[in-house]
Design a protein. Sequence first.
Length: 76
Amino acid sequence: MIKHICDFFRKVFHLYYDGFRNMTIGRTLWAVIIVKLFIIFVILKIFFFPNFLKTNAKGNEAEYVGSQMVDRMNTE
């Protein structure tokens, strides 16, 4: 049973290994994907999603979140 599982994973590994080794245009596409992910997760995070909690809580995050929750519950 374990031998069949090991053979299966070995065959899957060799399938992907041979596929990636013989790629020509695929490498360019992977490079484009990696650059796009970098832009999405690093550049956009820095410029468009500031750390709101850090700037407003000033070191006491738990108390700030609690007070905001109570204030919003009282206003509804």
